[in-house]
Design a protein around this ligand. Structure first.
Ligand code: TMP
Length: 236
């Protein structure tokens, strides 16, 4: 499978067309941004880690019955995925208070919720991805009621699977962001990535942060944290 023309360049990935109109190739970059691109940097080796971690987790989810866009890993940074139209809703699942949940509602980080929290935000950089609920999403025609129900069901299922998996490698899955896409036949599939860029991982014992918060908050040891999660994952 060969790349043809570049279709899109985002903050962390590029997407290329292929000879097959139903398939595209994603190429993961080492570039890192935070706060809507206001903070910029590089995380050495991130592209390869995020590519391989995403593919490992997506294959695990597929086996458990979650449809994903994953097709084939080409090399360290590049993967063939199904061409989808991305539903412009970012789904955030939270198991423990952190980040914007803590700041928005004025609570400390680290409160363990009795049930996972599901949030939607409108995927729109110009508007800074505003928080919205199902009625807002329907009013804006971002998806149909059936699609939103399916996205919620799959998101909670992904949480159950990933939470248990990360616990088995000594990591508490605090929260994460998912994106879904629609294939040509209208099937909703999990798309984008699942990586330290899009999840909060805290070491179960020490509560040390093993994710992009080390970059966002200038905590140092960013590369080491990404490598540590990958090392534990590969040790499975
Ligand atoms: P938040 O607490 O900043 O809302 O982030 C919740 C989760 O979503 C966290 O695991 C990081 C992830 N996330 C992204 O993947 N992309 C984003 O643009 C933001 C703001 C958060």
């Amino acid at each position: 499978m060969e790349k043809t023309t570049q279709l899109y360049e985002g903050k962390a990935k590029k997407v290329f067309a292929t000879e097959d109109p139903n398939l595209v190739i994603v190429s993961y970059k080492d570039d890192a941004t935070a706060f809507d691109g206001a903070k910029k940097g590089t995380i050495e080796g991130k592209g390869s880690i995020n590519n391989r971690m995403t593919n490992y987790l997506m294959q695990m989810l597929e086996k458990e019955g979650v449809p994903t866009h994953f097709v084939e890993e080409l090399n360290d940074r590049e993967t063939v995925v199904k061409k989808v139209s991305i539903v412009p809703l970012e789904v955030i699942i939270r198991n423990v208070s952190a980040g914007h949940f803590a700041s928005r509602y004025g609570v400390e980080e680290g409160i363990v919720f009795d049930q996972p929290v599901l949030e939607f935000s409108y995927k729109n950089d110009d508007l800074h991805d505003p928080l919205l609920n199902t009625s807002h999403a329907l009013a804006l025609k971002l998806a149909t009621k059936e699609e939103i129900d399916r996205i919620k069901e799959l998101s909670f299922k992904v949480n159950d699977i990933l939470k248990a998996f990360f616990l088995s490698i000594g990591i508490d899955l605090i929260d994460f962001k998912l994106e879904f896409g629609k294939t040509a036949d209208g099937t909703i599939v999990l798309a984008d990535e699942i990586s330290p860029d899009t999840c909060r991982y805290w070491d179960s014992k020490t509560h040390e942060k093993l994710d992009k918060d080390r970059f966002r908050r200038d905590l140092g040891g960013v590369e080491d944290a990404y490598q540590e999660v990958m090392r534990r994952l590969m040790g499975k």
